[in-house]
Design a protein around this ligand. Structure first.
Ligand code: GLU
Length: 473
């Protein structure tokens, strides 16, 4: 195996998805915890695609998983490994186990297996094959599997970094199949061989694999290999505490992207699912890397909390680069069917910085720039039309002159201008703010007036104002 430079700290983690579907947020969080732990310890993070199950693995799923991981910014430190390509190596290890007397051939038929399973169940122990200690049959080339020869007594301890010590009675661990009758290696064998060969020191994965850890430990021991440290992390549940399923909404990382979450927002949120650093809710990668330790992952399942995700994402949105947010907003609007000529694109670019503080997602940013994309003359809402009394129209006409003469058209300058205009008119803001807002936005959702005008620019702002004043002339 192409094991390049060793990790300086010696820590090697890996994410080992089975390519049978999209990248689920549970998987994404597993990948993230492995990545964070590798970064925290100065180790290496690897990816291994577990495509041993040929019937269920698809190229489309492989592509979807890498797309999700790339989007999240979780890249393998080495070329990803594809498990199926290593089948010969897996078979070689089975030969070694046979030679050591730690594996045996089993010629049980399907019917015999079923009967043995029944018997084992009735006796409260795991299944053992009669071939474990029997001489081979007259025709040893008949179809058979190769099983691991597990210990009949004693216990196997999995000293899990999250769950604590968990002991399994060996009598309850079956002699699992290592090679199927067509010579195909099984999952539990392949995982052990690959983790060993990849130099994996820490296996961080979903706690649905805890039982496998005991079986896998026995294979390591039989091969006299070091057993890695295990950390089995609890699953993610829906807001109602039930196992996450379709009815809870989005599950694929790609869906979260389509809903307008940004990678750093989702990364921060996923890190908070089952792990935390005091009360710190919003943090960047450097902080997460500094603070993260897999032993601090909590034992209870984490619950998906949309409000928290929205809050965290909104905090990252406001820190994100304007040009990037503009590009993402354009992409989202175009994907939703909008036709955006160059002037609309320019309008979006000038509006995004003014509205990004109020948005939770890119989709919301798309909604919040809508006011700026309206085309003159805007249709005024009835509410605005009613506010345009003669007195107000005259006041807005005076304001127009101030605006036209403003030396600088910026957020701070416009705020000061509006304030001093109200003072010079000796009226409160309420006397002209609401109608002006209606005139400039046509009633669409929008930020503060000074920001609205900064986003629109002087020409468009005055144009919209002139249209309304002319309609009242
Ligand atoms: N391929 C397994 C899965 O997707 C993970 C196995 C492991 O991490 O050891 O559930």
């Amino acid at each position: 195996m192409s094991s390049s430079s060793p990790a300086p700290s010696g820590v090697v983690t890996r994410f080992a998805p089975s390519p049978t579907g999209f990248l689920h947020i549970g998987g994404a969080r597993t990948a993230l915890f492995n990545w964070l732990y590798a970064r925290h310890t100065g180790g290496k993070f690897l990816i291994r695609v577990e495509d041993t199950d040929r019937e269920r693995s698809t190229d489309a799923a492989v592509a979807a998983i890498f797309e999700g991981l790339d989007w999240l910014g979780l890249k393998s430190d080495e070329e990803p490994i594809f498990q199926y390509s290593r089948a010969d190596r897996h078979r070689e290890v089975v030969q070694a186990l046979l030679a050591k007397g730690r594996a045996y051939r089993c010629w049980m038929t399907v019917e015999e297996l079923e009967a043995a399973r029944e018997k084992a169940r009735a006796e409260g122990r795991a299944i053992r094959s009669p071939w474990r200690d029997a001489p081979p049959p007259t025709d040893p080339s008949a179809p058979h599997v190769i099983r691991f020869k597990g210990p009949l007594e004693g216990e196997t301890l999995v000293d899990d970094m999250v769950k604590g010590p968990v002991t399994f009675r060996n009598i309850e661990l079956d002699d699992l199949v290592l090679l199927r009758n067509d010579g195909a290696p099984t999952y539990n064998l392949a995982v052990v061989v690959d983790d060993h060969d990849m130099g994996v020191t820490h296996v961080i994965r979903g706690d649905d694999h805890l039982n496998n850890a005991a079986r896998q430990s026995l294979i390591y021991q039989a091969m006299e290999w070091d057993v890695p440290s295990f950390a089995h992390i609890p699953l993610i549940h829906g807001p109602d505490g039930a196992k996450l399923s379709k009815r809870h909404g989005a599950q694929a990382v790609g869906e979260f992207a389509d809903m307008g979450y940004i990678p750093e927002g989702l990364r921060n949120y996923l890190a908070r699912l089952g792990w935390g650093h005091g009360d710190d809710e919003v943090f960047n990668d450097a902080q997460a890397i500094e603070w993260f330790d897999v032993k601090d992952v909590v034992k209870a399942p984490a619950r998906l909390d949309w409000a928290k995700l929205n809050f965290i994402n909104s905090q990252h949105l406001r820190q994100a680069d304007d040009a990037r947010l503009t590009a993402l907003t354009l992409k989202a609007l175009t994907a939703a069917g909008a036709d955006l000529p160059a002037d609309a694109q320019a309008r979006i670019a000038s509006t995004v910085p003014q509205v990004k503080e109020g948005a939770k997602t890119i989709l919301e940013l798309g909604e919040h720039v809508a006011f700026a994309l309206k085309v003159r003359p805007l249709t005024l809402e009835e509410k605005t039309a009613k506010q345009l009394s003669e007195e107000t129209v005259a006041r807005l006409a005076r304001l127009r002159e101030h605006l036209a003469a403003a030396p600088v058209w910026g957020v701070a300058e416009l705020e000061a201008l509006l304030k001093s205009f109200a003072e010079s008119e000796a009226v409160g803001f309420g006397k002209f703010g609401p109608p002006l807002r209606g005139i400039l936005t046509g009633g669409a959702q929008a930020p503060d007036l000074n920001k609205i005008m900064a986003a629109l620019g002087r020409e468009e702002s005055l144009g919209r104002l002139d249209d309304a004043l002319a309609s009242r002339a």
